[in-house]
Design a protein. Structure first.
Length: 485
């Protein structure tokens, strides 16, 4: 695939006066967005950044972050996106593992780089904004779509984050396929409520640029309803816990009427949560995606009925999918990453036919709708029987008093392992072990019913967007969880 003009530059040429980035600092039009990216690229070039170098960003969401990303890609360098919640020792280890050349510090205030082993480059993308000086910045050429663009660390099931290497084309085609299902147009505003170091947040930058809409980078105070109202949001990407918070906060009628899409994924979505969101009139889209596939793989169509929203939707363009004999989901296509980075080695993902084994299991109905049933690495054996935690968790979440549930194995002298459950109850709800057991015994054989139920601990939140199963298993092994009753 030959070089292509930067999509941001193309959008700026056609829709230069439309909002491109929106934040507490104001509105940046596409013409300004493009000029700021050119200036940032020139500054990085002057600082010695070269093609192919890997540049880490450890930062919260901001316009500077978005501008830096496009500047890095203009220079054909690689952005290494790091979770700010990782401890400093973990960050240093990860950057060493992927061979970072420098640490970029967005914003005017220099970051404290004393604990880093890397050269720190402070780039103030917005400070001293002057249209004349911005427009004088040199152009940095086209983009190689097959060139390395990002390294994103997984936040999924493995204890050690994997360093996923994407090309620019992976993100580009991910956004193209998404926009065919969820349209983005000028004047639309997509709230970046997921961190940009998460592939679900990063994808919004591509979708908005390709659709000429605006990416809204609001301050991270957690009040989604307020942000939707203040910034006139039309599109949202949420994980289930964020959707639950939004429903608790409530939306004004004007905010609800303005919304065109609420995309929900990231982990299993309880049926009760889907039904509640649809009942409140939210334009819901449920989705299945993963870091290795640059965000979405399947998504439900607009105005889907309730039974469709209980699935993860159908395959989007530029992706391929099939299930093997064990119902594992196999994937390939233009959005599939290059592999996992480990030092100077790139671990390939594909088998001999080009398929990536996701580790997720699912079913496909006759209309091509995917229902994700769990993960192979979450499965465990109790008395010779396979236990899929997600099956038990989904049943627990049918109870209106249960906000979230996670099931993990506990050692058992008789069965080897038995399931136990951590329960996050709705505020003010009263739950007992007897009630939970009685509910589950209506649907499950005895060996699948958890032998203990524990209160939701703080460590369950983990460092990512999903409950930390490894920490919960550790608590069980140490014998420290607090019983529900």
């Amino acid at each position: 695939m030959s070089d292509i003009p930067c999509p941001l530059a193309e959008t700026a040429e056609i829709h230069g006066t439309e909002p491109g980035l929106v934040s507490d600092s104001g509105v940046i039009t596409y013409r300004e967005y493009e000029s700021l990216v050119r200036r940032a690229a020139a500054n990085l070039h002057e600082a010695g950044v070269k093609k192919g170098q890997r540049l880490a960003i450890v930062s919260g969401n901001s316009p500077d972050y978005a501008i830096l990303l496009w500047a890095i890609w203009r220079l054909r360098a690689v952005a290494v996106l790091v979770n700010t919640r990782f401890p400093q020792t973990v960050i240093t280890s990860l950057l060493r593992r992927v061979g970072c050349h420098a640490l970029l510090c967005p914003g005017a205030a220099p970051a404290d780089s004393s604990t880093h082993e890397y050269r720190a480059i402070t780039i103030d993308c917005l400070g001293g904004r002057d249209d004349a000086s911005i427009n004088d910045a040199p152009e940095m050429g086209s983009i190689d779509p097959e060139g390395d663009a990002t390294i994103v660390f997984t936040s999924g099931s493995s204890a050690e984050p994997k360093a996923v290497l994407h090309t620019f084309a992976n993100h580009y085609f991910s956004a193209l396929g998404s926009n065919e299902n969820i349209a983005v147009a000028p004047q639309d505003r997509w709230l970046v409520s997921l961190p940009l170091y998460h592939v679900g947040g990063l994808a919004i930058l591509f979708r908005t640029v390709l659709g000429s809409g605006a990416a809204v980078l609001a301050r991270g105070d957690g009040n989604l309803a307020e942000a939707i109202e203040r910034y006139h949001i039309t599109h949202l990407s949420l994980v289930p816990v964020q959707l639950r918070c939004l429903l608790d906060q409530g939306l004004s009628p004007s905010s609800r009427d303005r919304l065109k899409a609420v995309l929900v994924g990231g982990s299993s979505i309880p049926r009760s949560l889907v039904d509640k969101a649809q009942g409140q009139g939210l334009p819901l889209f449920t989705t299945y995606g993963l870091t290795e596939m640059a965000s979405q793989v399947t998504t439900t169509p607009p105005r889907a009925a309730a039974d469709i929203l209980h699935t993860s939707g159908r395959l989007l363009p530029f992706r391929e999918m099939k299930l093997d004999g064990n119902r594992e989901i196999l994937l390939k296509g233009k959005t599939l990453c290059k592999g996992y980075v480990d030092g100077g080695h790139l671990a390939k993902l594909r088998d001999g036919e080009g398929w990536f084994r996701s580790g997720d299991t699912g079913t496909l109905d006759s209309s091509g709708y995917l229902t994700v049933t769990g993960r192979l690495d979450n499965m465990f054996i109790a008395g010779g029987e396979n236990i899929h935690p997600e099956e038990i968790e989904d049943l627990l979440c049918l109870l209106p008093q249960v906000r979230e549930a996670v099931v993990v194995p506990a050692p058992d002298n008789e069965f080897g392992s038995r399931p136990v459950a951590f329960i996050l109850a709705e505020r003010g709800a009263k739950l007992s072990k007897q009630d939970l057991v009685a509910h589950l015994e209506r649907f499950l054989p005895h060996f699948k019913v958890p032998k203990e139920f524990y209160r939701w601990p703080v460590v369950a939140a983990g460092k990512g967007l999903k409950p930390d199963r490894h920490q919960l298993r550790k608590l069980v092994g140490e014998g420290t969880p607090e019983s529900l009753n």
